[in-house]
Design a protein around this ligand. Structure first.
Ligand code: DX5
Ligand code: ZN
Length: 217
């Protein structure tokens, strides 16, 4: 079973509870929550008050993607707000292994995201310690960007590193995912597809999730 994680950044925040309900009812598996601080990336999104809304209404796995510096200062808070996976950026952590251990101690799945210009080989020494790698297929900061095709090669390399190290890490692809690339991503070893604008800017988000699901599962 491959996982579909709609990125809620692209939803209509004026109808947030309805959007959450729609995802609850849909074929999607996770809620992908993009938290940005305006420092690590040139955009600010949302934080704890919005997480509280998800905690209250969402019935599926909350996947927090932290695009922030000093993520270690916020991990406990996000875990208490119901995040079941917390992903930090390789490029934003001073002590990656400490941060990963901090997440795991809270009984939360620990993920590392890497930017398009970070080599997958950077993860070789830590791959056995983590639950998820988020391979960014756009530069983090905004939804609605074009998928970077070099991601396919990185994905194949990452899958090899995971196999070689007997790691249980799942591979998540984030940015520009749509019906044109979903099938290939899954065939090359992706486990989780994040999709924001492709889902929420479509005419019928519920149906778009269904289509994505039928292509990959
Ligand atoms: C980018 C975010 C992504 C993004 C996905 O910084 O991490 O999750 O919102 O949106 P789309 O699918 O529109 O690229
Ligand atoms: Zn994301």
């Amino acid at each position: 079973m491959k996982i579909i994680a709609p990125s809620m950044l692209s939803c209509d925040f004026g109808k947030l509870v309805d959007e959450i309900e729609m995802v609850n009812q849909s074929e999607a598996d996770w809620f992908h929550l993009d938290i940005m601080d305006g420092v690590f990336v040139p955009n600010i999104t949302f934080g704890t008050p919005i997480l509280e809304v998800f905690k209250k209404y969402a019935t599926k796995h909350l996947d927090a993607h932290l695009m922030i510096i000093n993520p270690e200062n916020y991990i406990e808070k996000f875990a208490s707000l119901g995040a079941k996976t917390i992903t930090v950026h390789y490029e934003a952590c001073d002590n990656l292994i400490n941060t990963i251990n901090q997440i795991k101690k809270l009984d939360v799945k620990a993920g590392i995201a890497i930017n398009p210009d970070t080599a997958v080989s950077s993860l070789e020494s830590i791959i056995s310690e983590i639950d998820l790698v988020c391979l960014m297929s756009v530069f983090p900061g905004f939804s609605g960007q074009k998928f970077i095709p070099e991601t396919f090669v990185k994905l194949e390399k990452l899958r090899q590193i995971i196999t070689k190290n007997h790691s249980k890490a799942m591979i998540q692809i984030d940015g520009g995912v749509d019906l044109d690339n979903a099938k290939k991503l899954v065939s090359l070893g992706a486990d989780i597809l994040v999709a924001g604008s492709f889902v929420f800017k479509s005419e019928d988000a519920f149906n778009t999730i269904k289509k994505l699901d039928s292509v990959i599962n």
